[in-house]
Design a protein around this ligand. Structure first.
Ligand code: NAD
Length: 443
């Protein structure tokens, strides 16, 4: 099939590349000329395991190309995916500006039947808005051309995006049309081999499914963080509690790790957007607002623990940070707990020496050349001259640490661990003060 993808971010680029890899002909359109130019020169602007060689292979075989020419994009694909960003608006609702801009572009250039597939995470009812935006453009042109719009939310995780796209648990499609169902079956056929993963439903339910999935996952995290905060105050160890409850198959071990809060481009904005949608229909979504509030408090807890270890005074202190990305295996720092920590340290007059295996460039892009930030190339370099170490991301390379080296490098022996990477006894035996999440010792 000939497929056009609007948006070459994490979702659009992975979708386009995986569909090309399965044999489709894919043209990706983005409004960012620098991104398109980089991709056309074989550079992949984001870090996602396995993506760069897959992009290269499919470009070489002529099945994957990139352009800023939206008109050419509309002409190219019989399927038109919308995979642009839906950032939060000022009131927490999803900003549909980019999605509707693509819809208008499609309407402006449509010449024959196309199926428009919305992959961005959007509020319930957006399929209707996209349809209306296309129809309005067609009306203005005095054209009557048939088209369909369906919902196809994306469930991939950054850091495992290719695996999730190609071997995901389900492919949700929101449509009432038999023709659309057939086209979507054909599109996803190569990744629907082992068993039928396509779940068809009406568009509104499909749109809500995406928000419900993210809200449920965010709820698991905030619930565990709430339990961890209780454990801290009750002298219990949340890691024992985690194993104790995870053993019940109704609960399970997945996704119940306590930590320093969830970040990224999805959970925070999606939980807030769903709460906002609820308010709009006159329903107070208590769980959603609590999940968000707990998360914001949890992100702030890294700084609170650090500050308490220094009697509230971090002025002139240097803090080593291990991990900047919001989770391992990505360079994405959107809504990352590390940012809340670093900004609080700066506001208190402290300095940061940070290390991340992939997010250095992104950190420099976000914060520029500040005199109170040094991004270094090795985790041990971050410790040089630092007063304390804070761990924000559970990269694999942090899981084993030489505590003697850490102790001798730090001017004060303080580790604040936002990911519970180490056994408290082992760290304390090395003479370090160790403040993890829900593991018994409050500062
Ligand atoms: P992103 O910000 O990484 O990428 C969006 C891209 O769209 C950018 O490259 C931008 O330049 C481009 N764009 C904006 N307007 C455009 C236009 N008019 N025409 C063409 N391109 C345009 O976003 P993302 O992380 O890929 O997310 C995209 C959507 O998918 C969002 O709704 C998000 O909530 C959802 N989603 C994201 C993830 C994830 O893990 N990142 C997972 C599932 C769903």
């Amino acid at each position: 099939m000939r497929i056009t993808i609007f948006g070459t971010g994490y979702v659009g680029l992975v979708t386009g590349t995986c569909l090309a890899d399965a044999g489709h002909d894919v043209l990706c359109v983005d409004v960012d000329p620098a991104k398109v130019e980089a991709l056309n020169q074989g550079q992949v602007p984001i870090y996602e395991p396995g993506l760069a060689p897959m992009v290269a292979r499919n470009r070489q075989e002529g099945r994957l190309s990139f352009t800023t020419d939206a008109e050419a994009g509309v002409a190219f694909g019989s399927l038109q995916f919308i995979a642009v960003g839906t950032p939060p608006d000022e009131d927490g609702s999803a900003d549909l500006r980019y999605v509707l801009a693509v819809a208008a572009t499609i309407g402006r250039h449509l010449d024959d039947y196309k199926l428009v597939i919305n992959k961005s995470t959007v509020p319930v009812g957006t399929v209707d808005k996209v349809r209306a935006a296309i129809a309005a453009e067609l009306q203005q042109r005095g054209r009557d051309i048939e088209f369909d719009v369906c919902s196809n939310p994306e469930f991939l995780k950054e850091g495992a995006a290719i695996e999730d796209f190609t071997r995901g648990a389900r492919i949700v499609v929101g449509t009432e049309s038999g023709r659309v169902r057939e086209l979507m079956r054909e599109c996803y056929g190569p990744y629907n081999w082992n068993h039928d993963k396509l779940i068809f439903m009406d568009p509104r339910s499909a749109e809500l499914t995406k928000y419900a999935a993210n809200a449920m996952l965010a709820t698991k995290i905030s619930f565990m963080n709430e339990m961890a905060n209780l454990a801290e105050r009750l002298d219990a160890d949340i890691e024992h509690v985690r194993l104790g409850i995870g053993s019940d198959p109704r609960i399970g071990y997945h996704f119940i790790y306590p930590g320093c809060g969830y970040g990224g481009s999805c959970f925070p904005k999606d939980v807030q957007a769903l709460a906002r949608t609820a308010r709009d229909v006159g329903y107070d979504a208590h769980i959603l607002t609590a999940v968000d509030a707990v998360n914001q408090r949890q992100k702030a807890s890294l700084y609170d623990k650090l500050a308490a270890a220094f009697d509230g005074d971090l002025a002139g202190r240097t803090v080593a940070v291990w991990g900047l990305a919001f989770k391992p295996n990505t360079d994405d720092m959107r809504e990352a707990p590390s940012r809340v920590l670093m900004e609080a340290v700066w506001a208190a007059g402290g300095k940061i020496r940070a290390y991340d295996p992939e997010a250095s460039r992104e950190c420099r892009r976000l914060y520029g050349d500040r005199p109170d930030l040094e991004v270094v190339a090795h985790r041990h370099e971050a410790l040089e001259g630092a007063d304390a170490l804070v761990i924000c991301t559970e990269w694999k390379e942090f899981r084993v640490a030489d505590f003697a080296t850490i102790k001798s490098a730090l001017t004060t022996p303080v580790i604040v661990d936002g990911r519970n990477l180490y056994e408290p006894e082992a760290v304390r035996k090395a003479g370090l003060l160790y403040f993890a999440v829900g593991r018994g010792n409050r500062v």
